[in-house]
Structures are given as C-alpha cells and as structure tokens.
Design a protein around this ligand. Structure first.
Ligand code: NAG
Ligand code: NAG
Length: 207
C-alpha cells in the first residue's frame, strides 16, 4: 500500500514538472485589465498603447534580503502586458556569497523544472536575468514551505535528523527572515510603481 502511494506521488510530481506551462495564446495580446470595476479580462485593444508593453522596473536592483539576494519579479502582476504571452522574467542581484534558497516555480520551468537554487561564489556582486515559460510562474521557497508552516515537529525531526531544539532555532531564524522578506516585497512593489509612473527616459525592457 505504502509503495503504491509513493509511486503515485512520484508520478504526480513528475507530471507537475513536465506539464507546467501556460495555455497557447489565441490572440496576439491581451493586456490584463486592471480595472476591477469590470470583469473583462483584456483591455480593449483599441485602447492599447506603447506604454502597455514597456516595463522599466528592473533598471535598478531591489534591496538585499538576509540571504544576500535582491530580486525583482517581472510577471503579469507587475507588467499586465505579459498576460497570455506565456513568458516572464526576474532580475536577481546577489551580494558576494549571496544565496537564493532552494525553491521551485509551480507553474513554470526556469533552467529546469526541478528544485533549484543560486549562490554567488565570486567575490563581487552579481546580477542575473532569469526567464520563465509562464506569465505567472509562482514561487515556492523550500525552507519557508517546510519550516514556516504547521508541519508536526516530530515529523521534521525524523525527516531531517534534527532535535526539537534545532527545529525551534531554525523556526526562530526563519520568522525573522520572513518578516524582512515582507518588507523587501513591499519595497520592490513601491519601486516598480515609481518606475512605471515615470516612463520617460527609463525604458529598459521593450517587448
Ligand atoms: C473597444 O473600443 C472601440 C473603440 O472605442 C469600440 O468601438 C468597441 O465597442 C470597444 N469594444 C468593447 C468590447 O468594449
Ligand atoms: C523620473 O525620470 C526623470 C528623468 O529620467 C528623473 O529625473 C526622475 O528622478 C524620475 N522620477 C522618479 C520618481 O523616478
């Protein structure tokens, strides 16, 4: 019985990896309608402007987190012109030794669809541009997903070979990181807004 469950789980995981992509577009573009007063998904194409396809928010880096990573996601939520186009990107800056903790994207593949991480092993800051095959890739960070939720402590002790003391230490540390992460996200959204509000001379990305 437990073997059946294990095999099923592996197949489901495999399915997630290989089937993660957005549906094929049926029109050239569909700029997400951010006007919450209507239920129409696309902005009227007669009202589309060049600005709908410009995003300048990755001109400068975000603020570094506890792990030495500053990322600015450019997905349909921050850039409505990407809607239905099935692509997005991220600017990620790393301090020397900076780390993007193990994570995966539930609706997209980045380099590969598996759990992955990045670390700057150089002695200078580094910048990367990541790309995704989805306009809304999602992000699941393994440390927060595993230690930042209500999974029974006994299970974590057995799974990772840790003591109760180790686990509460990890959880305390993670709470701190999550609080700082929330502040960074708020800051990044603000940054994107400023850059979007000010398109003149700040054009970095044109689709
Ligand atoms: C889109 O805009 C055009 C021009 O203003 C208008 O004729 C048309 O009815 C609009 N379409 C919708 C679905 O509102
Ligand atoms: C808007 O752009 C101008 C010209 O590039 C720049 O001088 C100004 O500081 C920018 N304002 C903001 C709020 O980013």
């Amino acid at each position: 019985m437990s073997l059946t469950v294990a095999v099923l789980f592996a197949v489901l995981l495999h399915g997630r990896v290989t089937l993660a992509s957005d549906p094929d577009p049926v029109r050239d573009f569909c700029i997400a309608n951010t006007d919450s007063a209507t239920n129409i998904p696309c902005k009227n194409s007669s009202d589309a402007t060049v600005e709908d396809f410009i995003f300048s928010g990755i001109k400068s880096r975000g603020r570094f987190s506890e792990t030495g990573l500053a990322s600015i996601p450019v997905n349909v939520n921050s850039f409505p012109g990407l809607n239905t186009l099935g692509v997005s990107l991220v600017r990620a800056d790393f301090e020397a030794g900076g780390v993007n903790v193990p994570h995966f994207h539930p609706r997209a593949t980045e380099v590969a669809g598996l759990v992955h991480f990045q670390m700057n092993v150089g002695d200078k800051p580094a910048t990367i541009l990541g790309s995704f095959d989805s306009e809304n890739p999602g992000l699941m960070k393994i440390p927060a997903a595993v230690f930042g939720c209500g999974i029974k402590e006994e299970l974590l002790e057995k799974a990772f070979g840790l003591t109760a003391k180790d686990i509460s230490k990890v959880r305390r540390k993670l709470t701190l990181v999550l609080e700082r992460l929330k502040a960074v996200v708020r800051f990044s959204i603000h940054l994107i807004k400023i850059n979007l509000d000010n398109a003149s001379g700040n054009i970095n990305t044109i689709l």
